[in-house]
Ligand binder design. Sequence first.
Ligand code: PDD
Length: 295
Amino acid sequence: MSIAYFNGDYLPLDQVRISPLDRGFLFGDSVYEVIPSYAGEFFMLPAHLERLDRSLAAIRILSPFDAGQWTALLEDLLARNADPATPDLGVYLQVTRGVAPRDHAFPPDARPTVLAMVSPIRPLPEAVRTEGVAAVTAEDRRWGHCDIKATTLLANVLNRQAAVEQGAVEAILLRDGQLTEGAASNVLVVLDGRLVTPPLAPSVLPGVTRSRVLDLARELGYPVEECAVSESELARAEEIWLTSSTREILPVTRLNDRVVGAGHPGPVWQALHAAYQAAKPGAPVSEPMQSGGAA
Ligand code: PDD
């Protein structure tokens, strides 16, 4: 049984008890982060903690910890879950407004509930690297503040389930004929040789992976554009990718039963996947070039 952090204690996950009056449970009145770690080291932790602060501020929960305290708490959690069988762990961190008699308005004196727990991150299966995955499109019927990483995810859950029932791994969401993001991922496309993704807006979560992948693409010299992507552009994209902290960069090779590009993960994905793997903690250091060596 993995070890969780709950309101000041570290304990086996199955011993955590959440009150039925917790506002996260009753109202989805809470925010969360999913933070990847590789070989016992966090990847892009400061960016996740900054987004957590923005989400908390947006729903007016006073953060119970500062960045240094969050870091110490999360590193302690990782250390307590160290296991060579699962070297890569995603930490799920949730902060709710706390426990109070049920009333929609904020309670005057509730203390935030803090839960953090881990689950393994598995390397991309060989079949996904060679064949890619399927996705379907769906109407984006979520609320107007998808930039807040809130746990109020019913629309995302229903969209993901509809995708799974169609044999796909993700629902790619469209609002007024324009791409927003996936049910639990950002969406990037290669269109006419450029890497394109919708700009940050209230309809899009500012994904930490999205931002890192855009930076890596710029470093590699690919033209990058943050601009609107229409449904017809999505349908003719050469490559489509899903990015998230747990799934990294997933190449979509079937969209609504139509083949994307050449039907297998494309060359731009290959380059960015390799760059992303090399950026992760614990990645093998690439061999320096031998002077005079031609290989
Ligand atoms: N979700 N958009 C949505 C709606 C998401 O739920 C996620 C991630 C992302 C990607 O964000 P990031 O790259 O920072 O993980 C975009 C997490 C992984 C989840 O809900 O499990």
